[in-house]
Design a protein around this ligand. Structure first.
Ligand code: PBG
Length: 327
């Protein structure tokens, strides 16, 4: 009898070192951006109940937090402010003495090499919880842009290295680019939340940032999860307007979109591994239903394999520790 012909794929899986040698995707500490929630007050660390392991921290504890990140090799953070006071036009977002501006100065003074990414949005600062100005229940586009520009410029003035507008108003990249340039910040890059879906996976974040919309939802500005071509249109216009990096958000249910963006645009692609994706794994792990370490590393690897260069993730600290242990 003739032997049957087939290919022996298992040859390259024979040993751990061989598997390592042919591995196509690798995670590094530099891939991660760690989100920080900054609250007013002193000596405060509030654990976010829906996000075990994630805390809101006060300004005075920020240096310790940064020291820990530096010791782990994490080099970038994205800042979210949780202010005490809110109003209908989100004044706290563009106040030079706002919480994110203050936090940025503390970090850049303490550890200048740390990259500070400023999330540029109004929703944490507005009493209605929407990302722009509201009139008669409508979220206004063009008049919101002016406030977003002021926010970005004030964040850059405080020392932010990267401006990350997340509000999904049309024209935000063009407006912010011009605003930054006019204020002498030509060299500050824009990491645009170009492709941001209206997602149920943001639920726990809104607890962490205290930014749940008080009426309605974000569906008139964030994207419909059913749409793929629309993601390319969004990314294309942000590129035309001057985006330097493109964010796709969320990550896990949108790996196809990450790949589309990777294949169509030649800029770094950032995936936001959002709060709900974190909490799902945490909850299952706390119940002993899932191997947290293996699941998280598989998830982060799959996000990179899909085409992300950079990952914003609440798992950054854990992931870096596990990667070090593996070495
Ligand atoms: C808006 C913003 C949101 C997130 C980051 N920036 C929430 C929203 O649009 O409601 C969500 C992040 C996450 O879920 O981890 N400024």
């Amino acid at each position: 009898m003739e032997p049957i012909q087939f290919k022996r794929h298992r040859r390259l899986r024979k040993s751990a070192n061989l598997r390592k040698m042919v591995r196509e995707t690798h995670l590094h500490a530099e891939d991660f951006i760690y989100p920080l929630f900054i609250v007013e007050g002193v000596n405060t660390r509030n654990e976010v109940s829906s996000m075990p392991g994630v805390e809101q921290i006060s300004l005075d504890l920020l240096k310790d937090e940064i020291d820990e990140l530096v010791s782990l090799g994490i080099q970038s953070v994205i800042l979210f402010g949780v202010p005490d006071e809110k109003d209908d036009c989100g004044t706290g977002a563009y106040d030079d003495e706002g919480i994110v501006q203050k936090a940025t100065r503390v970090i850049k003074e303490h550890a200048p090499e740390i990259l500070v990414v400023a999330d540029t949005c109004l929703c944490e600062y507005t009493d209605h919880g929407h990302c722009g100005l509201v009139e008669d229940g409508v979220i206004l586009n063009d008049s919101s842009l002016e406030l977003l520009v002021q926010t970005a410029v004030s964040q850059a003035k405080a020392g932010a290295d990267i401006i990350a507008p997340s509000n999904m108003m049309d024209g935000f990249v063009a407006a912010i680019r011009k605003g930054l340039d006019d204020s002498g910040f030509q060299d500050v890059p824009i990491m645009s939340y170009a492709v941001k879906y209206s997602s149920a996976f943001y639920g726990p974040f809104r607890d962490a940032a205290n930014s749940t919309p008080q009426f309605g939802d974000r569906k008139t500005y964030q994207m419909d999860p059913a749409n793929r071509l629309e993601a390319l249109r969004e990314a294309e216009s942000d590129m035309d307007e001057g985006a330097d990096l493109l964010i796709v958000k969320p990550a896990l249910s949108y790996l196809d979109i990450i790949r589309d963006v990777r294949n169509n645009f030649n800029v770094p692609v950032v995936a936001y591994n959002v709060s709900g994706e974190y909490s799902l794994i945490k909850a299952a792990a706390q119940n002993g239903w899932i191997d947290e370490r293996a699941t998280v590393l598989e998830m982060l690897t799959s996000i990179k394999r899909a085409g992300a260069d950079i990952i914003i993730t609440y798992f950054a600290k854990d992931a870096v520790k596990w990667l070090q242990e593996d070495k």
